[in-house]
Design a protein around this ligand. Structure first.
Ligand SMILES: *Cc1c(COP(=O)(O)O)cnc(C)c1O
Length: 421
């Protein structure tokens, strides 16, 4: 089945009412038939609903549908993109371990990796996503995850996914790819050897800036990589917190299973059923929107490239861009999503331009149907030092745009008047 068909049907079987739209199951808990039924559910002898912190029928449709789009085996929805990323890392690493991650990351992921995980005893080692060969020197037997974004936000690089996963596989290390900006419509990292993907559903999945959510997806056949792998003893040894369950012996997708049974149980960053329902609505037209976001961004990028005040345009769909080759290889038809950035001379110049736009909203978000403009150095990346800013590709004159679904002529006209002011 093609992706657009799955986006409308995967994961949902109509209930006895024949309900066309997926129902929103707003409930905290579920009645068990009897004590044995309850005991079987807790013992995983039977699968079913227990309590909405762990599972919910509406969220279940969202998870199954997203996994189908990504070409994965199973998914776990979370309360936010950040919790999906934290779960992916915490499900693989513990105190004393390290993870290797790209320098070019979303601001929240950078602070998570540099500061918060450190307080949990997990060290982060950074590599330049443009130089995958540098990963090898960072790996040791305590390395549990290689983490990077397929299309980086806000520096807009395209990762050479195959080069990175090849190194990870050589060492039996899990790769976690943040595929938020590319979405499964443009890029499916599992096809290039990735093990786990994470997304902020708050962006293109909802598509209209309606809700915060996240999702973690596990590829098919991940069990073989974890089974007997000394890096992941906690999947191979009895889990004392779950009456001695040995995950590799369970005939289910075990990465998401452990994240649900252990992390979602104890940390509770659950997707609200209402938000899951919003995300399901968004997925129905995600593929149509991604084409339009990409078209608009390409046209705007071409205009910006021709403007004398613009020093540099970062958009992987441009032939002049260093990421063009990777975009052609990893993204369907080379379509490169709605995110672009451009550089002007100074922080002052950037501030003037951002303030002069009328159609673009000054908002720290991406993936909305309405176009958004941001100045990362003063907002999302404000907590980073000048050195950290340069390392993750965010000079102070950088302006980021998330191209919405307005007419491209209007988007170009507004940025033109702001630049010419
Ligand atoms: C927004 C974003 C996140 C964080 O997601 P939230 O839903 O806001 O928690 C993570 N990664 C990328 C690439 C993002 O754009």
């Amino acid at each position: 089945m093609e992706l657009q068909t799955k986006a409308l049907h995967a994961g949902y079987e109509k209930d006895s009412q024949g309900t066309m739209a997926v129902p929103i199951y707003m409930t905290t808990a579920y009645e068990f038939r009897d004590v044995e039924h309850a005991a079987n559910l807790f013992a995983l002898k039977e699968l079913g609903n227990i309590y909405t912190r762990l599972n919910n029928p509406t969220t279940d449709v969202f998870e199954k549908r997203f996994a189908a789009l990504e070409g994965g085996e199973a998914a776990l929805a979370t309360a936010s993109g950040m919790s999906a990323i934290f779960f992916a890392i915490a499900n693989a690493a513990e105190a004393g371990d390290n993870i290797v991650c790209a320098q070019q990351l979303y601001g929240g992921s950078l602070t998570l990796n540099t500061h918060t995980l450190k307080r949990f005893g997990i060290e982060s080692r950074f590599f330049d996503v443009q130089n995958p060969a540098s990963i090898e020197a960072l790996i040791d037997d305590k390395t549990k995850v290689i983490f990077f974004e397929s299309l980086t936000n806000p520096s807009i690089d395209v990762a050479d996914i195959e080069a990175i996963t090849a190194i990870a596989n050589k060492h039996g290390i899990l790769t976690v790819v943040d595929n938020t900006v590319a979405t499964p419509v443009l890029c499916r990292p599992f096809e290039f050897g990735a093990d786990i993907t994470v997304h902020s559903a708050s962006k293109y999945t909802t598509g209209q800036g309606l809700a915060i959510g996240g999702i973690l997806v596990e590829r098919k056949g991940l069990l073989e990589k974890l089974k007997g792998n000394p890096r992941y003893a906690h999947f191979n040894e009895p889990d004392a917190s779950y009456h001695g369950l040995v995950y590799v012996d369970v005939p289910l997708p075990i990465f998401t299973l452990r994240a649900r049974l252990s992390l979602l149980r104890d940390l509770g960053a659950t997707s609200s059923p209402f938000n899951s329902w919003l995300f399901i609505q968004g997925l129905e037209h995600l593929s149509l929107r991604m084409k339009e976001h990409s078209n608009n961004a390409l046209k705007l990028a071409e205009f910006l490239e021709s403007h004398p005040k613009v020093k540099k345009v970062n958009y992987p769909g441009l032939k002049s861009n260093a990421n063009y080759k990777n975009a052609q290889k990893y993204f369907d038809n080379g379509a490169s999503s709605g995110l672009l950035s451009f550089e002007v001379d100074s922080l002052e110049e950037a501030t003037k331009i951002v303030d002069a736009t009328e159609l673009y909203s000054l908002v720290v978000n991406i993936g909305d149907s309405k176009s958004i403009i941001t100045h990362p150095a003063s907002t999302t990346h404000q907590q980073l030092s000048e050195e950290e800013l340069m390392a993750c590709g965010v000079p102070s004159g950088l302006i980021r745009i998330s191209c919405g679904l307005e007419s491209s002529a209007d988007l170009i006209a507004d940025i033109k008047q702001a630049l010419d002011k």
